[in-house]
Design a protein around this ligand. Structure first.
Ligand code: NDP
Ligand code: 8X3
Length: 254
């Protein structure tokens, strides 16, 4: 039977790696991100390699109307979404609370909280009609512990944690599974974005670590969708072995 996964933030990192693993397992894909040329390249590659169908749905999750219009106008044969990976998100800056850039705060809140809510609401409405579906929300270890200069990024991921719990309660009556995946440090474009293209600072984040890869996280996401219908992983935190939580690392461990 046909299976459909909808992935936000599929142009890089966890979203892109998830697109590959779900396609390799026979899912048709709806892929989102703002960079259209990357969506096209990913669609071309996946359609050729895995012989699955790919629907590109470029929009900025911050734009409420674009999110709801895009999802409402998905062709009817694509609306039976089995899995949503609500993943699009970012950190911007790593600054003391009193020194942080207000624009960074606004973009993080608009993307990681408001955009995340818009997509979750629009897709959960489609799942509710069918009384089935699985929503995977990308949280973080930063939503479990606050670290110095993490302030608003951490707050957005605490919000994901709370919304994840709320969705599971409110969508219970529709038989929708809701899972939070909370990764620790992972080597994606995340730090390059956070430090606004400064590759030296971005690389330093992973100094002395073998961090998670995008593929490690995608494998765990996919695993959560393979369990029997009556089993739901509610909340799953993973990190590389050299990371204990959001704050403690054992760098240069042998
Ligand atoms: P990447 O920077 O590699 O990828 C982020 C993805 O999000 C891109 O595809 C980007 O696409 C998309 N995105 C960002 N803003 C928007 C927007 N406004 N509208 C639509 N798409 C958007 O990061 P990761 O893969 O590492 O991060 C994915 C998620 O995982 C995020 O929510 C992040 O907070 C979380 N996370 C990351 C960790 C890490 O260490 N890497 C650890 C824990 C959680 P485009 O720019 O084309 O729009
Ligand atoms: C990303 C992980 O530790 O950089 O959510 O906040 S961290």
């Amino acid at each position: 039977m046909r299976k459909i996964v909808f992935i936000t933030g599929a142009t890089a990192g966890f979203g892109k790696a998830s697109a590959t693993i779900f396609a390799a397992n026979g899912y048709d894909l709806i892929i989102n991100g703002r960079r259209k040329e990357r969506l096209q390249a990913l669609a071309d590659e996946i359609e050729k390699k895995y012989n699955v169908a790919v629907l590109q749905l470029p929009f900025d999750v911050q734009k409420e109307k674009d999110v709801f219009d895009s999802i409402e106008n998905i062709p009817s044969d694509w609306k039976a979404i089995d899995v949503l990976i609500n993943n699009a998100g970012l950190a911007l800056g790593r600054d003391y609370f009193d020194e942080a850039d207000m624009n960074d705060w606004n973009v993080m809140i608009d993307t990681n909280v408001k955009g995340f809510l818009y997509v979750g609401k629009a897709v959960s409405q489609l799942m509710a009609v069918r009384k089935q579906g699985h929503i995977i929300n990308l949280g973080s270890v930063a939503g479990k512990q606050v670290y110095e200069k993490g302030n608003v990024y951490c707050a957005t991921k605490y919000a994901v944690d709370a919304i994840n719990q709320a969705m599971r309660i409110d969508l219970l009556r529709h038989h929708i599974k809701v899972t939070a995946i909370n990764p620790g440090a992972a080597d994606t474009e995340f730090s390059t974005v956070r430090f606004k293209g400064d590759e030296a600072i971005a690389k330093n984040i992973y100094n002395g670590l073998k961090p998670l890869s995008a593929e490690d996280v995608a494998e765990v996401i996919y695993y959560c969708t393979t369990l029997p219908t009556h089993v739901c992983i509610n909340d799953l935190t993973l990190s590389c072995t050299q990371q204990a939580n959001a704050i403690y690392f054992n760098r240069n461990a042998t």
